[in-house]
Design a protein around this ligand. Sequence first.
Ligand code: ADP
Length: 169
Amino acid sequence: MSQKVIVYPGTFDPLTYGHIDIIERGAQLGDQLIVAVSLNLGKQPLFSIEERTALVKAEVDRINAETNSGPPVLVKSFSGLLTDFASEQGATSILRGLRAVADFEYEFQMASINKRLHGELETMFLMAAEQQHFVASRFVKEIALFGGNISSFVPENVAKALNQKINKN
Ligand code: ADP
């Protein structure tokens, strides 16, 4: 039987507990989950793709160590079209997280475009967890910039990297 490979793409600038929740739940939905860190120069990320990928990897290593059912979650980076990357990985679906209404229009458009580009690739959505539905990388960066406490939004090593980055700039 063919494997159900799911790709969870994002900018992860930086990884938050909202993303982590989607990763943990998404890992239960197929045979293999690949977290795909996008170069996404259009968003002008604060962290380089290498830094973002390393922060995601550190957290995914912890998740993999804690859950020993099924194959480990993989972390990869990509720079071209998501549909091309997903095909190369043999994926059958794309996973995205949905927060409040604000996410809907963008996600609906992206899912429709990706469906047009690659008809066999389905996009599926997980609703944000109740405690995480307002958490966004953008706000976390803003709070950190003004010296606020971000410890309830991101893991410790992400908070450390964010504070270091902000103090350097
Ligand atoms: P992108 O630039 O591709 O939107 P993000 O890193 O901002 O990348 O988000 C990646 C995915 O994770 C998106 O589907 C987004 O809706 C989802 N996501 C982000 N934050 C949360 C959260 N707090 N809860 C659930 N899903 C989230």
